[in-house]
Design a protein around this ligand. Structure first.
Ligand code: IMP
Length: 200
């Protein structure tokens, strides 16, 4: 099976990705390759951050890898918090505080349209490929559900009454921004499987 490093330190995302890939690829974590670096994320777009992270790994370790960067884009807030989603309420990266700040910013607002967007940067033998996934929805007026992470308790996708935090992992992964970006990644990898195989 083809080995790929997933350049993330987020255990939730690793678990989600392992579920989505369901044994098609061997996923290595940063831990598995003994990378303890705090990988810089200084870009001002999701694309720039994803590229920065995967090139960091490729340049230092020379292993095929991918990284993702995601964010919540809220229409009436000019697509904020976007690339700042993790640190929306401050450097402590506290999800609960981020959600509180978002609910505060949207208090009394009728337009609650939002979307999650995810960009994956894949590097195969030094060549980069980008994949994007999106899911449209709205920000609820209060938290619902205990599952998931980040903004999941206040995000409800179009066509559903539940929040992401009320869905089981399979349901969320099947429609989520990351799920959709990963489906594109997997389709690409499957298509190019033979040439990948020849090189390994
Ligand atoms: P990351 O850069 O992909 O780690 O995502 C940045 C931030 O966006 C996270 O810290 C979360 O606050 C938020 N986020 C990304 N994906 C999700 C999701 O699936 N559910 C809830 N929040 C998310």
């Amino acid at each position: 099976m083809h080995q790929l490093v997933f350049a993330t330190n987020n255990p939730h995302k690793l678990r989600e990705l392992e579920e989505i890939l369901k044994g098609e690829f061997t996923l290595l974590s940063l831990n598995d390759i003994s990378c303890t670096d705090d990988i810089p994320e200084t870009g001002d777009t999701l694309e720039a951050n994803a590229s920065q992270k995967s090139f960091y790994i490729w340049e230092r370790f020379g292993i095929d890898c991918f990284s993702d960067d995601s964010g919540l884009e809220v229409e009436i807030l000019n697509n904020e918090p976007g690339v700042h989603s993790a640190r929306y309420a401050g450097e402590s990266r506290n999800a609960d505080e981020n959600v509180s700040k978002l609910l505060f910013e949207l208090e009394g607002k009728k337009n609650r349209k939002a979307r999650f967007r995810c960009v994956i940067s894949l590097i195969i033998q030094g060549k980069e490929f980008l994949f994007e996934g999106r899911v449209d929805g709205e920000i609820l007026t209060e938290r619902k559900g205990e599952g998931g992470f980040g903004y999941d308790p206040v995000f409800s996708p179009v066509g559903f009454d539940q929040s992401f935090a009320q869905m089981d992992a399979d349901l969320k992964n099947g429609m989520s921004h990351r799920g959709r970006a990963v489906q594109k990644l997997v389709a690409f990898l499957t298509q190019t499987h033979n040439s990948l195989h020849d090189r390994s």
